[in-house]
Design a protein around this ligand. Structure first.
Ligand SMILES: [Zn+2]
Length: 283
């Protein structure tokens, strides 16, 4: 099973997680820019973080044969802090970088006017830089948040095929399915969405424009839940080819629209994990 995790926050994970992911079949991933737990107080802490998403994390991932890509944005939560909004001015510089395959995560947290403004401005940046957009949906008041998200996407004029609307569930998937946007699902150990529920959604809505991620972040989460979802799909009667489509070819197709996916991530054949690495070598 080859796995491309389209949304995982490796900054909050240990190097052991990279090793376990590689052993489970994860060969490529996208790490979206988000918040750091501790609130940021100035633009410099964003740029240091963005630099680590295009520098240090790809290096850490490469030790285990995993191709690392990033999405760059001002996240919805921090869009509400005037000290952070200045970062909008430095985003264009990062959106030109090779390893950056989308604008994200953008969208709503509490659905404030400040978030409206940052969301629309960053969708405009995606259009301008001809990049896909990764859109987070709020965890509270999810149905209304998703409707409002889709309205802003429509108003922006971006091609809906360039937009992934993430953190969906049974309540919100239908609206996004009809919008032409891609549908993202974050599988968590005990909240939001489980592998078994994901299999039901795939049965009902099909495999087209479906993205499954582990989101693994600061909260209780598990970077191997992509693999678990693949196993649950097989147990439910989906074929190996179906699993490959959802866990590999779909994310390659979505982020490939940036024309910046590492070609080795696009063409990767069957998994052969050598296991040699600098980080594990003890030097
Ligand atoms: Zn996230």
């Amino acid at each position: 099973m080859r796995i491309f995790d389209p949304h995982i926050h490796m900054t909050s994970r240990t190097t052991d997680d990279y090793e376990r992911m590689a052993a489970a079949g994860v060969r490529a991933l996208v790490e979206p820019a988000f918040w750091l737990g501790q609130p940021r107080t100035n633009v410099g802490s964003f740029t240091d973080y963005f630099d680590s998403l295009v520098g240090w994390e790809p290096f850490r991932a490469a030790q285990f044969g995993i191709r690392h890509h990033a999405t760059i944005a001002l996240n919805p939560k921090e869009a509400n802090d005037p000290r952070c909004r200045e970062v909008l001015g430095v985003l264009p510089r990062y959106l030109e970088k090779d390893g950056v395959v989308a604008v994200g995560e953008i969208g709503y947290d509490s659905m404030t006017p400040e978030e409206d403004e940052a969301f629309a401005a960053q969708l405009a940046l995606a259009v301008e830089h001809e990049l896909p957009a990764l859109v987070h949906t709020p965890h509270r008041d999810k149905a209304r948040g998703t409707e409002r998200t889709l309205a802003v996407v429509r108003e922006s004029g971006i091609d809906p095929g360039l937009v992934a609307v993430d953190h969906l569930n049974e309540v919100t998937v239908g609206a996004v399915a009809g919008s032409g946007c891609w549908m993202g699902f974050s599988i968590y150990p005990d909240t939001k969405m489980t592998a078994a529920r994901m299999v039901h959604i795939l049965r009902e809505y099909g495999l087209e424009r479906m993205l499954v991620n582990s989101a693994a972040d600061w909260g209780r989460s598990d970077p191997l839940l992509t693999r678990r979802t693949g196993e649950e799909m097989l147990a439910a009667g989906f074929s190996d080819d179906d699993v490959d489509r959802v866990l590999w070819r779909n994310p390659v197709e979505f982020y490939g629209q940036s024309k910046r996916l590492d070609p080795s991530a696009v063409d990767a054949g069957p998994m052969t994990f050598e296991g040699n690495s600098i980080l594990r070598g003890g030097s």
